[in-house]
Write a new protein. Structure first.
Length: 94
């Protein structure tokens, strides 16, 4: 399958005195990937920090740092073509 790196910048949302991401954080090297079979995005870096070998808890803490109102992600994501093929149950042609 084909994966494409992508840079994503997220402005955290203000909720009272808290800054929130607006999405759920899943995964980590200590999590079972079979629990979330349709999520193939891999977060490689968060604000320059290597995230490839961190636990779920460390990833959550890095993403929710209180003094950072912007999160810059480097994400490896399944290419759109591959994602469409998978969603339609198609297989690559020989």
């Amino acid at each position: 399958s084909s994966f494409a790196p992508q840079r994503i910048e997220i402005q955290k949302l203000r909720q009272g005195n808290n800054l929130i991401l607006g999405f759920s954080i899943g995964g980590g090297i200590d999590q079972d990937p079979g629990q979330n079979p349709f999520s193939e995005d891999k977060t490689d870096k968060v604000n320059g920090w290597d995230m490839t070998m961190v636990t779920h808890d460390k990833a959550r803490k890095r993403l929710t740092k209180k003094n950072e109102d912007v999160v810059r992600l480097l994400v490896t994501r399944k290419s759109l073509e591959e994602a469409v093929k998978q969603s339609m149950g198609g297989f690559p042609r020989p």
